[in-house]
Design a protein around this ligand. Structure first.
Ligand code: C5P
Length: 339
């Protein structure tokens, strides 16, 4: 792979990539004391990648973050950038004061509910571990990843995995090999993840209030009810079983996203996008994670291309892409020392 032309001559640089995620099942519980929500999710990595290069920088100014690709102007270039936070975490751990320049090339929609920022952090962790010669290994990197964000460990691991806790506790679903061809419809504008979680809390509180008004004896609103606060989307066993087979329609019939109602409430125009995709013949359409990207599940690649063309024609998406999953997790694509 050719070295990036902007890498300073003689500078040591390592490049890693990390995939986008989708949630085939996203069950969300009530908000916890720490502000997070308990999740029960089935993550799947798909074939859209963030590319992060870290290089030892001999400049005397603060190490820089440069972002290129679609949506780049919306990504922070200061130390709040998730890739910069990943670099800072490992540099501190190594007791190193090396200046490390970071270049990010976006291949995942920004603020689209596909973990683009988390993939940046994942790729940055893998690349910086190599650059600084830390040799931390996957398990230790996933532990560091969980400190940076709930989806970051999965972007390191890839494949298909069950996620619990706030999404950071992973169990790889080894038999979930059923391939999927998916149309990704990007919306105009993004949705911030905390805003969508807050909207979900608001909608649930509102629903509880209406239920209480209608039926004061309704046991569903009893704070002592052990079912209260659990993810609403139900169990994942039927989906996990279907993912071991090879019937895309069976898998599509079991997909679920508790956050969809909140994303649709904040961006009602997404309903039209979903309708157009379903009318175009997709097996299933749903909002990706916290949105606003919409996903359409198809029988094969040709079907996905046909559905993508219909969605484009109706002008209900800013951009339409065809992707597939599962793919693997973060890996190094360029290390000049070849270690
Ligand atoms: O973990 P991450 O930094 O990606 O989360 C971003 C925000 O999304 C959190 O600050 C929180 O508001 C919300 N969140 C949540 N429950 C989760 C994951 C994220 O409420 N399980």
């Amino acid at each position: 792979m050719p070295r990036d032309a902007s890498t300073p001559a003689g500078a040591r640089a390592v490049t890693a990539v990390a995939p986008a995620k989708i949630n085939l099942h996203l069950g969300v519980g009530d908000v916890r004391g720490d502000g997070y929500h308990d999740l029960l999710t089935v993550y799947r990595a798909v074939d859209l990648w963030e590319r992060v290069t870290v290089s030892l920088d001999d400049a005397d100014h603060d190490s820089e973050v440069v972002v290129t690709g679609p949506g780049a102007p919306q990504v922070p270039t200061d130390r709040t950038n998730l890739a910069a936070r990943a670099v800072d975490l490992l540099r501190e751990e190594a007791g190193s004061d090396a200046r490390i320049a970071i270049r990010i090339h976006k291949g995942v929609p920004v603020a689209g509910g596909m973990a683009g920022g988390s993939a940046d952090a994942a790729a940055a962790l893998v690349a910086t571990d190599r650059l600084l010669g830390l040799g931390l290994g996957r398990a230790a990197l996933e532990e560091r990843a969980a400190r940076l964000g709930s989806d970051v460990p999965f972007c390191i691991r890839g494949g298909t995995a069950l996620g619990t806790g706030r999404g950071e506790k992973l169990a790889t679903l080894l038999h979930a090999r059923a391939e999927q061809h998916i149309v990704v419809a990007l919306a105009d504008g993004g949705l911030s993840t905390p805003t969508v979680f807050a909207e979900l809390d608001r909608l649930r509180a509102e629903r509880d209030r209406l239920r209480a008004e209608r039926d004061p004896a309704d046991p569903g609103r009893d704070p002592a009810d052990p079912e209260r606060g659990l993810p609403r989307a139900g169990g994942v066993d039927p989906l996990v079983a279907a993912l071991a087979g090879d019937d895309p329609a069976a898998v599509a019939g079991l997909l679920a996203n508790d956050m969809e109602a909140a994303a649709l409430s904040l961006m009602p125009a997404l309903r039209r996008t979903l309708r157009v995709g379903l009318e175009a013949g997709a097996l299933h359409g749903m909002v990706s994670g916290s949105g606003p990207t919409c996903l359409f599940f198809c029988t094969d690649r040709d079907h996905a291309i046909a559905v993508a063309a219909e969605i484009s024609e109706h002008g209900v998406a800013r951009e339409v892409r065809v992707t597939r999953g599962p793919v693997g997790g973060a890996y190094i694509v360029d290390d000049p020392t070849g270690k």
